[in-house]
Design a protein around this ligand. Structure first.
Ligand code: ANZ
Ligand code: ZN
Length: 824
């Protein structure tokens, strides 16, 4: 009856069979008119570095388990896959291996696609995206031009972290201890003209939107919130004496304005730059500051240092004149690049004042108004409190005092309230070759001219000898020489390329309609978006997710999509470690998935990954763990093999009543099913689900098989074990399902419902005796005893007949087995 399986488990054969079935049946090819609610699951797409690594295996095994489960639940699932294919490593590898970044990248994609297929992930390969193809990046060029026309993309000169070895601009996060993250070269500061996207225009929405993301880890939301860094305070204008100018400061504590004993400006504040032209000491100091990294954390760690400018500024609130200093801890990129120094209430100002002997004046006290005392001068009190030494503010509470000050400033035209964000606009220019060209033309007559829509895409040239270390587009006249689209005169193209974060900011939307050659997005984007489940590493908690949320809102505002957020649920999986350290090439502790696919098969690797640790936690690689996973699959195989040899479904035995042994096993089965269902749906603690199924298999193996009815129960248990494991080990279960006599493929099977009666109403049949003689059989819920039990039994007519007219002296109860009424 059942499809024969071999006695021994051969993963290679099994996996080939399952994979070719899914691919020829088009199991994971998705379309929009299939029945069921849509379920869009996405794992962060890989950089095509050469081979898949264990981090990918873990991430994608989780995603695939959920997708297969949701499919069996009747959802219309989409699970796409693609390549984050632009980026610097391709250039470095190309130089090293004397090849071309394009050649290297496409070769890697082919290899890794093949590996992902060997893992059996249920991707809709029809929607594959490679971000380095013009089909893809033409749409971000198109969107960029829209943003340019709206003022949301602009060019400005800015000070950047310059990596002199990689010859590129680095983001602050790419500067580690003052050195480039890849080259390890000491990073310099350089002012260059760059393109920016105005993400700050969305700062407020990016912040408030976090409140709607109930299925995101709160840790990620906090990181985003801090990154956006909303701060409420005031701008205060200080007139500079002996100069026409004034210095505007941003403060989050306008209540402390009477405590201001100096003003400090950043080394690249216009006043500093101005002064440096005639003052060598200042120039020297500024140059020194420019040698350090711009990363805030690095600056915060530096000893506070400064230089007096010989200028004084007038505090508009009390007309006091205070010295103006240039200070290394004042960031040029935050607020106004200038501060009012309040050493009594700000740690940094205190450290600075102590070093240069500047006065410390306390104006806020932790105490109630009645007991104001001066603070010792070496104790910085930075909390809110009650005002003192502040004339008309004395006795007020900080918040209230701040409001009063802002009112005054506004009335005096010397300041205003201000909401300040830490978030900066996103610099997207990269002086690199292997990226999407920025679609801009520079004309001497017309200035900055966007490439007309009809001329898109601006294709990145690939057909040339790649060997230069500098931005090769600058060396390709065929690329950059162009006629101005406005006036027709000779003009030049922009030779910078987009930051690769641009590509990954909208790929989730593009997967919904990857084949559309006429539009960036179409109505399918609204059908599938937002992504129901997004899975990836915590290292992308800030930038990638923030940029993706920003792009989603931008696309919405362009009328391309309706939803407000790209990802409903975010799941961040833990790292894979070897000997306690993150697997990495530099540490030489990388374990290659391919070796395990070849020796044990993909199912073993998947099972190990899902079983060895809770998915959000770190997972320690263990060869013996892999062995254990493999042994379990073999045990399952043997169990089903033995069962299928003897079980015949061609009988007409019907079970009217389960024996108590059968009930115990069925209860275990349905408890397990309940648990696994919950895990797959919400909890994601796959390791506990697998453990529960393993326990169930143990219980099964202890089950005493007597007759055909027992075998029917066995069949039910084995079928459901196979179903429950199928999202995790899809190949072997695909084959075992047929071995259990099934005709339809497992992946098309609906996920089974829990049999509530098996859970709750476990029934036992009790023998009822009167004076030791069997009189009746009675079925009742397990564990029923006492009066509840005896009252029911005394109502049985066989019992009644034998006890009428007698007194019951006592009752013997053996729970769940027997009741004996002893009469006089
Ligand atoms: C006076 C003051 C008194 C301040 C006090 C703090 C405490 P957040 O909350 O992060 O927005 N600040 C402003 N611009 C700065 C810059 N460019 N570089 C370095 N520091 C800067 O921080 C705002 C506070 O950071 C501002 O409020 C200012 O110091 C400082 F008891 O002004 B405060
Ligand atoms: Zn022109």
């Amino acid at each position: 009856m059942s499809l024969q399986i071999n006695e021994t488990y051969d993963p290679r054969k099994v996996e080939k069979e399952a994979q070719s079935f899914w691919s020829s049946a088009g199991t994971f090819v998705t379309n929009e008119d299939s029945p069921g609610d849509k379920f869009y699951a996405l794992c962060m797409f890989p950089y095509p570095s050469g081979n898949i690594h264990m981090g990918h295996v873990r991430n994608y095994s989780i995603g695939d388990a959920v997708v297969r489960f949701q499919k069996m639940r009747g959802k219309n699932v989409l699970q796409p896959m693609g390549w984050d294919a632009f980026g610097l490593p391709a250039e470095n590898a190309a130089i090293k291996n004397d090849t071309h970044p394009a050649v290297w990248t496409y070769k890697n994609m082919d290899n890794m696609r093949n590996q992902l297929k060997q893992m059996g992930y249920g991707y809709d390969w029809n929607r594959e995206i490679s971000t380095c193809t013009p089909d893809y990046y033409r749409w971000e060029q198109w969107l960029f031009i829209k943003l340019f026309k709206k003022g949301l993309a602009y060019k400005k000169k800015s000070l950047v972290n310059w990596d002199p070895v990689d010859q590129t601009v680095l983001a602050n996060e790419q500067v580690i201890n003052g050195r480039g993250w890849r080259s390890d070269a000491i990073v310099e500061k350089k002012e260059i003209s760059q393109w920016f996207l105005k993400i700050t225009a969305y700062a407020d929405e990016l912040l408030s939107g976090l409140d709607t993301l109930n299925d995101w880890p709160s840790q990620v939301k906090t990181m985003q919130k801090n990154w956006i860094g909303k701060s409420e305070g005031a701008l205060i204008s200080f007139k500079v004496t002996d100069a026409e100018s004034s210095v505007e400061v941003f403060t989050s504590r306008p209540d402390t304005v009477f405590g201001c004993t100096f003003v400090a400006i950043s080394p690249d504040h216009p006043i500093s730059i101005n002064l440096s032209e005639h003052d060598r000491d200042i120039k020297y100091f500024i140059d020194k500051c420019n040698k350090t990294s711009t990363a805030e954390a690095d600056i915060a760690a530096l000893p506070k240092e400064g230089l007096f400018t010989n200028l004084y500024a007038i505090n508009p609130i009390n007309n006091e004149s205070v010295p103006v200093w240039i200070a290394n801890y004042v960031l040029s990129s935050y607020g106004t690049g200038a501060i009012m120094g309040v050493p009594a209430h700000d740690e940094r100002d205190y450290e600075f004042a102590a070093r240069y002997d500047l006065p410390v004046k306390q104006v806020v006290s932790p105490n109630k108004p009645q007991q104001l005392i001066d603070q010792p001068a070496n104790n910085v009190y930075s909390d809110y409190g009650t005002l003192l030494n502040s004339e008309f503010l004395n006795g007020l509470e900080s918040k209230e005092a701040g409001k009063v000050i802002i009112e005054r400033l506004v009335a005096m035209n010397a300041g205003s309230s201000k909401i300040q964000y830490r978030l900066r606009d996103w610099g997207i220019s990269r002086q690199r070759y292997w990226g999407a060209p920025i679609p801009i033309i520079y004309c001497e007559e017309c200035g900055i001219v966007p490439v007309p829509e009809k001329d898109l895409p601006v294709v990145l040239p690939e057909n040339f000898d790649f060997s230069e270390k500098t931005n090769v587009l600058k060396n390709l006249p065929d690329f950059y020489n162009v006629d101005c689209p406005c006036c027709g005169k000779k003009a030049v193209r922009e030779t910078d390329t987009f930051d690769t974060f641009v590509e990954s900011s909208w790929y989730s939307a593009r997967f919904t309609c990857a084949d559309n050659t006429n539009e960036m997005l179409d109505e399918r984007a609204d059908y599938w978006s937002p992504v129901d489940l997004y899975i990836g590493g915590i290292e992308h908690a800030i930038l990638h997710l923030l940029y993706a949320r920003f792009f989603h809102k931008v696309m919405r505002d362009e009328g391309l999509m309706k939803s407000d957020e790209p990802f409903i649920k975010l799941f961040t999986q833990g790292m894979v470690l070897k000997d306690g350290a993150k697997m990495s090439k530099s540490k030489g502790n990388v374990v290659n998935p391919q070796n395990y696919i070849d020796t044990y098969g993909a199912d073993t690797l998947r099972l190990f990954m899902m079983f060895a640790a809770p998915p959000e936690q770190q997972l320690e690689w263990s060869d013996s763990g892999v062995d254990g996973a493999h042994r379990f699959i073999k045990r399952l195989w043997n169990t089903i093999y033995r069962h299928s040899e003897v079980f015949s479904s061609s009988h007409d035995v019907v079970i009217q009543k389960y024996t108590s042994d059968q009930q115990v096993l069925r209860r275990k089965l349905h408890e397990t099913l309940l648990k696994v269902t919950e895990v797959m749906e919400v909890k994601f603690s796959f390791n506990t689900a697998i453990a529960a199924v393993m326990e169930l298999l143990n219980a099964y193996n202890k089950f005493n098989i007597v007759d055909e009815k027992d075998r029917i129960v066995c069949q039910e248990v084995l079928e459901k074990i196979v179903i429950m494991l199928s999202p995790i080990i899809p190949h072997v279960t695909h084959v075992l399902w047929f071995a259990l006599g099934q005709k339809k493929p497992l992946i098309n099977e609906p996920w089974p419902e829990v049999d509530e009666s098996a859970l709750h109403q476990e029934i036992v049949t009790i023998a009822v005796q009167v004076n030791g003689k069997f009189r009746a059989e009675y079925s009742i819920k397990v564990g029923t005893t006492g009066d509840i039990l005896t009252e029911q039994l005394l109502n049985l007519k066989e019992v009644k007949r034998h006890i009428t007219g007698r007194d019951i002296k006592h009752t013997i109860i053996i729970p769940d087995k027997l009741v004996n009424f002893v009469t006089s």
